[in-house]
Design a protein around this ligand. Structure first.
Ligand code: SF4
Length: 377
């Protein structure tokens, strides 16, 4: 199990009030500060020369990752340290693999579909991660270079992975939970290899998608399918992208002034924060409306508009600073800025710091921008 700062502290001279308590030799102001840093793996246990042997042994056990990482040509599988993403973060996203039988009469057609499958979502290009070639004798794997990794089945089977055949949902989900808990909480070596679920041919896409989605959440490191279906992969990739973001690093885009449909000095001006999901929702609408416009994206540490405002990351002063930075006043003749509907209460404050602009309260949802513009015209 992972030791908390308090658990570590109890062993240290500071807690025991013995010699060297809070001596600062480790570079930390107190033993408590050192304990917290050690729990967060920001310092090595070796920095404290006065640590008892008992704690050293616990630290050594803790240093070893509870789950191993298997690498196939740069593709990492496993290596997880936590049960739940909010505890810290997940390390390597669940891999989506397709097992293709080279003797299958549709082999080439399936391979072509896999190679051409690609979705772009929130600045990320998503492709099938891994193709496992079954019954392959002559296929030249090196000639298949694209972002997808290819491996022969016999090589794949040699990897130290725990395989679960998905015959029964209850059994599979129970096995996945047990293995992950034994690895992470129990730190049991026997369960430290990454786990994958193998789906046999299944024509019921709904069932396949529901099961795969559940196992993706809890707790498979890889899903192997014997069929390839674009809609299934697109759905699972969208779910995975939501799970495998680092909660400590919000998805964000660059703060700048974005242009849509060749705007000129008289075009409409919108504003939002640099939270990626908000940005893409607004940007897609503006792009598809075919109306020339600007979108001012203010820096807000990747927070959504209301969160940013609550955390004082979206203030009138910051908006003014962003406009000044990009010399926006001299770039456009437009003197109206449309702000998100959720920030209606900021209208007066914004008008005070931006006396040259009229602030217009826009929509709460991005999908209403089209109707809003029609009414504005
Ligand atoms: Fe405490 Fe050890 Fe750091 Fe000294 S070196 S302050 S005893 S943790």
């Amino acid at each position: 199990m992972n030791l908390s700062g308090l658990q570590i502290f109890k062993f240290l001279p500071g807690a025991k009030k013995t010699e060297h308590a809070n001596c600062k030799e480790c570079g930390c102001p107190t033993c408590m500060a050192f304990a917290i840093k050690l729990a967060q793996k920001q310092v090595s246990y070796e920095r404290c020369k006065y640590m008892p042997e008992e704690l050293k042994k616990l630290c050594l056990k803790n240093i070893k990752p509870p789950q191993k990482t298997i690498n196939i040509d740069g593709l990492n599988i496993g290596g997880e340290n936590v049960l739940y993403r909010h505890e810290k973060t997940f390390v390597n996203k669940t891999i989506f693999a397709v097992m293709l039988d080279c003797k299958d009469k549709d082999f080439h057609e399936k391979l072509e579909r896999i190679k051409s499958f690609e979705i772009n979502r929130i600045n990320e290009r998503l492709k099938v991660d891994l193709v496992i070639l079954k019954n392959d004798k002559n296929y030249k794997i090196n000639n298949l270079c694209d972002e997808t990794v290819y491996i022969r089945e016999e090589e794949f089977l040699k990897l130290s992975l725990i395989k679960i055949e998905d015959n029964n949902f209850k059994n599979t989900s129970k096995k996945l939970k047990t293995i992950r808990e034994k690895a992470i909480i129990g730190r049991d070596e026997k369960y430290s290899n990454p786990v994958y679920v193998h789906f046999k041919h299944n024509k019921n896409l709904y069932e396949l998608c529901a099961r795969a989605g559940y196992y993706l959440c809890k707790y498979t490191n890889m899903l192997v399918f014997e069929d390839f279906d674009e809609s299934l992969f697109a759905t699972l990739m969208t779910l995975r992208q939501n799970i495998y973001t680092d909660p400590q690093k919000p998805l964000q885009v660059k703060s700048k002034i974005y242009e849509f449909n060749n705007p000129d000095e008289n075009s409409m001006v919108f504003m939002t924060t640099n939270f990626a999901l908000t940005f893409f929702a607004v940007a897609n609408e503006l792009e598809n409306l075919n109306i020339p416009s600007y979108l001012i994206v203010t820096p807000a540490e990747g927070m959504s508009v209301l969160t940013a405002w609550s955390a004082e990351k979206f203030t009138a002063q910051m908006v003014a600073k962003t406009l000044k930075k990009f010399d926006f006043k001299n770039k456009v003749k437009t003197r109206k800025i449309i702000i998100p509907g959720l920030l209606a209460h900021m209208k007066e404050e914004l008008e005070e710091v931006l006396p040259d602009f009229e602030i217009i309260i826009g929509t709460i949802e991005a999908y209403s921008i089209g109707d809003f513009i029609k009414k504005l015209a």
